[in-house]
Each structure stands twice: as structure tokens, then as C-alpha cells.
Design a binder for this molecule. Structure first.
Ligand code: PLP
Length: 417
């Protein structure tokens, strides 16, 4: 794929950051955790996002006024709880711009990992036949690799052989669509993809997959890093399954979603007895969706893309830092790859673990390790900085200043020898 065009001036990151400055201040003020954390910068939202006051209030209100089990009682609290489960399904459909809510299914899970595994073990293993092929993105998150391997093993035990085709990648970390074209064919039944990459921070342009595989192949989208960060439209992407985690989308941990289109292949059915739903989690998810509506996912995306561009540009200016993934795709109007406020890098002279400790001493909370990438992913660990709407320009500049200082001191030390 070609690199993105340079940003036009109206879309220049600094302009976007200036334009949205007062909006962002208001957004940040809605997160009580930051009032308690003066001097600390939370830069690990890809791991889990912080929660706005409205989400915390909704959970508190529910647990102190109407807490009951769902679908099991005849009294008011139980009825209210049952209704909230259905309301939450509706709000998830709204969030995903579901074009056919009569047909689709919204199933609640503990998170993305469980949702993807459910697709593999509750649906895929009963759908595939001997000789079928599925495409697996082996440099994406392990949660989007291991379920498909598990499905293959289950099928092998039944005497059904399916082939896993490894998704090819470009050096930028984007899917290599030209190479993929040579790997898919009449036996391809299922393609697993990720919307935003959790290491490279890039939009993986999954709309290209439908064009490539045609109308019959089922596409399963890991949207763990995109839901809550930008508008996600299942209508536009034309995917068949979507999995995401509430906790990365400003809701509580322990609640996740599996959305199923149910138009290609058999209808998805959640297997087994589901037990009591995570009602407080559902309340938090609904409140988070309401918060996104009010705050504006478009603006959240513009802010985090612009802030991510400032961060990436700053990292490029530091001679030793090696930024992973897409290198020239920061234009806000790019239709190719675009970073969504997530940048991963290494320093050749400092291990990523040490870098993580040093940054933590400066109050900069980043993620330093291998990031649970699949078997075709990076071999060396790295430092990941991931941003959300509550992160500020000042936090990014502080991080860059600390890295610049480290870089200088290391260059001085090396030149002495
Ligand atoms: N997929 C991606 C792209 C992720 O980044 C993550 C978590 O970091 C997951 C899946 C797994 O999410 P969870 O642990 O919430 O199930």
C-alpha cells in the first residue's frame, strides 16, 4: 500500500489539538481518577481505559437502588434489571450502527477474549468442513489467534481437517492485501481480523477484506482497540462478528460483547447455560455508550489521532528511538493507515523493561513488554504508549522530554568511551 498523503493544513495535528482544547479540558474533568493523580500521566489506555463520573454514578445508583438478578423475578427490581439487559443490547446495536437489529444478535461475555473464543467453539467448529481454510492474523493479539488454533484442534479430533492460512503483513504492520489475494480462494470460509492494531496503533483498513474475499466469506472483527475510540460501523465494514471489551471502552472490567450479523452461515447461538449476567457491568456499558454519544466519538478520534501524531513526530525527532509499525501514515485525512493514539517504540541502548521503570519514576504510566502479540509478532519487547480522550498535550510533551533527556545522557555516555 502507498504511504498516506501529508496532512493538509486544516487537519494539521496542532490545529486539531488547539481547536479541541477546551472540549478536551471538559472531557478530562469528568474522570475523577485524575483529580487524585496530580503529576501522574496514565498512558496505558490500550490495556484498560479510565471511567468517567457518569459511568461510576450509574453503577453506584444501580447497586444502591435496584440491584437484583435478571430474568428471574416478578418484583420491580428484578424487572428493572431484566429490562436493563435488553436496553443494553439495544445500545450496543446503536453503538455499532447495526443495519439489521431484527436479525443480529448481541451476546454478553466477559471480554474480547471470551467473545472470540465463543465464535470459534460455539460456531466455527460446527460450520467448517473438511478441506476448508480460515485466515488467521498471527501478528495480532493472541486473543485473535489462539481461538482459531483451538477450533482447528477440536475439528481434528472429529476427523475434520481445516487449514489455517497466516494473514500476510506489510513491513508497516498493515495487512498485505496483495499477498492475501494470492492466499484466499474457493476453500476460504472465514477471516479473522483486527480493527486497530494493539502494537502498531494502526487502522488495519479491514474494509479491504470484504472487497477481496467476496460476499460469502465470514469476517470476524476484533474491535477491542477501536470501540470507544472511534465510530465503528458494522454496516460500513460489512463484517459478521464483532468482539470488544467493556473495560477498554470506559465500562467496568468483566463485561464484553459479541455481536453477530447472522446473515452468512448458521445463526450464532451461545452454547450452554449462561448463568447470572454481569448486571453492574451492563449498567456501566450502557452508561459508557451514553457518554460516547454525548462526548462524540468523532471528536474523541480526532483528538487521539492528533495527539498520537504529535507523539510520533516527537519520537521521530529523537535519534535513537525506533518507532514500530507504520512510519509515514500520520495524515489525519489518510485513507491508508492511520495511528489512533497508540505508539510503540524501542531504545537500542535501554531495555524496554528498564525504560518502563524509568518512565514510571517520572509518573509516566506506559506498558513495557511483548504486548500479548501472536506468534508472528515482534520478537523483542517494546514500550507502548496509548492515549485516550482524557490525555493532554502536556502529558505527551512530558514523556517526550524525559525520553529526550535519556537519549542525550546515553549519547554523552557513549561518546566518552
Ligand atoms: N484484542 C486486542 C486487539 C487487544 O488489545 C486485547 C487486549 O489488550 C484483547 C483482544 C483482549 O482483550 P481482553 O483481555 O479484554 O479480553
Amino acid at each position: 500500500m502507498p504511504d498516506a498523503k501529508p496532512a493538509d493544513s486544516a487537519q494539521h495535528p496542532d490545529r486539531v489539538l488547539a481547536e479541541l482544547d477546551s472540549w478536551q479540558r471538559e472531557v478530562r474533568s469528568q474522570f475523577p481518577i485524575f483529580a487524585e493523580a496530580a503529576g501522574e500521566a496514565y498512558l496505558d489506555s490500550a490495556a484498560t481505559a479510565q471511567k468517567p463520573q457518569t459511568v461510576l454514578d450509574a453503577v453506584h445508583r444501580y447497586l444502591t437502588t435496584a440491584n437484583a438478578n435478571a430474568g428471574r423475578g416478578t418484583y420491580r427490581w428484578a424487572n428493572e434489571t431484566s429490562a436493563l439487559v435488553e436496553r443494553c443490547r439495544g445500545r450496543v446495536r446503536d453503538l455499532l450502527a447495526d443495519p439489521d437489529p431484527e436479525r443480529s444478535g448481541v451476546h454478553f461475555t466477559s471480554g474480547t477474549t471470551e467473545a472470540l473464543r465463543r465464535v470459534a467453539l460455539d460456531w466455527l467448529v460446527d460450520t467448517l468442513a473438511d478441506g476448508d481454510e480460515i485466515v488467521v492474523p498471527a501478528a495480532d493479539h493472541l486473543a485473535n489467534v489462539s481461538p482459531w488454533q483451538e477450533a482447528r484442534e477440536v475439528l481434528a479430533r472429529r476427523g475434520v481437517t481445516v487449514r489455517l492460512v497466516e494473514m500476510p503483513y506489510e513491513p508497516s504492520g498493515d495487512y498485505d492485501i496483495a499477498a492475501l489475494a494470492g492466499l484466499v480462494g474457493e476453500h476460504t470460509r472465514f477471516v479473522a481480523v483486527t480493527h486497530l492494531h494493539h502494537v502498531y496503533g494502526a487502522d488495519m483498513n479491514v474494509h479491504r477484506i470484504r472487497r477481496l474475499v467476496g460476499d460469502d466469506v465470514v469476517i470476524c472483527l476484533d474491535a477491542a482497540q477501536s470501540v470507544g475510540h472511534l465510530p465503528v460501523s458494522v454496516a460500513d465494514l460489512d463484517v459478521d462478528f464483532v468482539a470488544f471489551s467493556g473495560h477498554k471502552a470506559m465500562a467496568l472490567p468483566g463485561i464484553g460483547v459479541l455481536w453477530a450479523r447472522n446473515t452468512r452461515g448458521p445463526r450464532y447461538v451461545h452454547r450452554g447455560w449462561e448463568g447470572t449476567p454481569n448486571t453492574a457491568g451492563l449498567v456501566s456499558l450502557q452508561a459508557a455508550v451514553d457518554w460516547f454519544d454525548v462526548t462524540g466519538l468523532d471528536r474523541i478520534a480526532r483528538w487521539t489521532v492528533a495527539l498520537g501524531a504529535r507523539l510520533t513526530d516527537g519520537l521521530y525527532r529523537l535519534p535513537s528511538i525506533q518507532v514500530l509499525g507504520c512510519q509515514h501514515s500520520l495524515a489525519l485525512d489518510s485513507t491508508v493507515q492511520r495511528r489512533h493514539g497508540l505508539v510503540t517504540f524501542r531504545h537500542p541502548g535501554i531495555s524496554s523493561a528498564d525504560l518502563g521503570f524509568v518512565l514510571a519514576e517520572h509518573g509516566l504510566m506506559v506498558r513495557a513488554n511483548a504486548h500479548c502479540q501472536g506468534p508472528a509478532g515482534e520478537r523483542e519487547s517494546s514500550v507502548r504508549v496509548s492515549l485516550h480522550a482524557y490525555n493532554t498535550v502536556d502529558e505527551v510533551d512530558r514523556l517526550l522530554a524525559v525520553l529526550a533527556q535519556l537519549d542525550d545522557s546515553l549519547t554523552d555516555a557513549t561518546s566518552y568511551r
